[in-house]
Design a protein around this ligand. Structure first.
Ligand code: ATP
Ligand code: MG
Length: 262
């Protein structure tokens, strides 16, 4: 505990609990963003590489949104990193009450200025391009950005005429998603982005382009792994990281997600 020159405990230190170390750097010098999700960080050399774009994809109900909320909550609560949740899926109240079930009080974080929610309604996506979102995150000094979901952004692709002779059916969607993601990564890497994406079956994303453009790919699916858990998580790609490649059981406990060892 910090003491003032007369040896008394400082009032400021008594009032605020000290935060954990904000960040770590791996042996190669890459800064890591600690997710704080039990069992996850050890799979990726301590956390996501700072400033990168990570795609978290999976079939419906595989806890992508909960993962995103836990990443933001831990960032703000444990590491003092300001987060932003951009949602096209569920309304903000729904997300907050889901979070409260795990003891995560986002209202309190909002009051402390450590979290911002942005609700985009389908059809309004033209109002928020990748560039605009990136600029907003920078202006607000965001460190962790979650977009729920990239699939909904893709569905809102503006209709443009398809070029004559094009053989790719939904070239507009591919271009739109590619541009959206590229625009998010343009700037100085001051924030780390988690893009949530719904898949069907074994595909890695529904748009089939985001898995190539993103720096990291975490995939969750319903899988019977022989134990008590019905969901499995695998890291399919993580640039600048010697990552684990096994499928790991994912548990939803009273305090959120936990990743177990194989
Ligand atoms: N308190 C809880 N305890 C146990 N399981 C829970 C709890 N809350 C939610 N779940 C499980 O988590 C699932 C929802 O998780 P989440 O919304 O993160 O999934 P998602 O991958 O984002 O789904 P979607 O693709 O539909 O957006 C529920 O369907 C339920 O199975
Ligand atoms: Mg979801």
């Amino acid at each position: 505990m910090a003491k003032n020159p007369k040896g008394k405990k400082s009032k400021k230190r008594l009032m605020k609990k000290p935060l954990k170390k904000t960040t770590i750097t791996d042996a190669e010098g890459t800064e890591r963003v600690i997710t704080g999700i039990p069992g996850f960080d050890a799979l990726v050399e301590g956390g996501f590489p700072r400033g990168k774009l990570i795609l978290l994809s999976g079939t419906p109900g595989t806890c992508k949104t909960i993962f995103g909320l836990q990443f933001l909550y831990n960032g703000a609560k444990l590491y003092g990193e300001k987060g932003m949740m951009v949602t096209l899926e569920e309304n903000v109240e729904g997300l907050k009450s889901q979070a409260l079930r795990f003891g995560w009080d986002f209202d309190a974080l909002e009051r402390e200025g450590l979290i911002e929610f942005v609700r985009l309604v389908p059809g309004s996506i033209k109002m928020m391009s990748g560039q605009e979102l990136s600029a907003l995150a920078q202006r607000k000094k965001i460190k962790r950005l979650v977009l729920d979901s990239l699939s909904s952004v893709a569905i809102n692709t503006p209709m443009l005429p398809i070029e004559a002779g094009s053989t790719i059916k939904d070239i507009n969607v591919l271009r739109f998603v590619y541009t959206f993601i590229s625009d998010l990564r343009i700037l100085d890497g001051s924030f780390t982005t988690l893009l949530l994406s719904q898949t069907q079956g074994e595909e890695l994303s529904r748009d089939s382009v985001s898995e190539f453009v993103c720096d990291g790919l975490v995939y969750i699916k319903y899988a019977s792994l022989g134990g008590d858990y019905s969901r499995g998580l695998v890291i399919r790609k993580m640039r600048e990281t010697a990552h684990n490649e096994d499928i790991h059981p994912l548990e939803i406990g009273e305090k959120g997600i936990k990743i177990h060892k194989m």
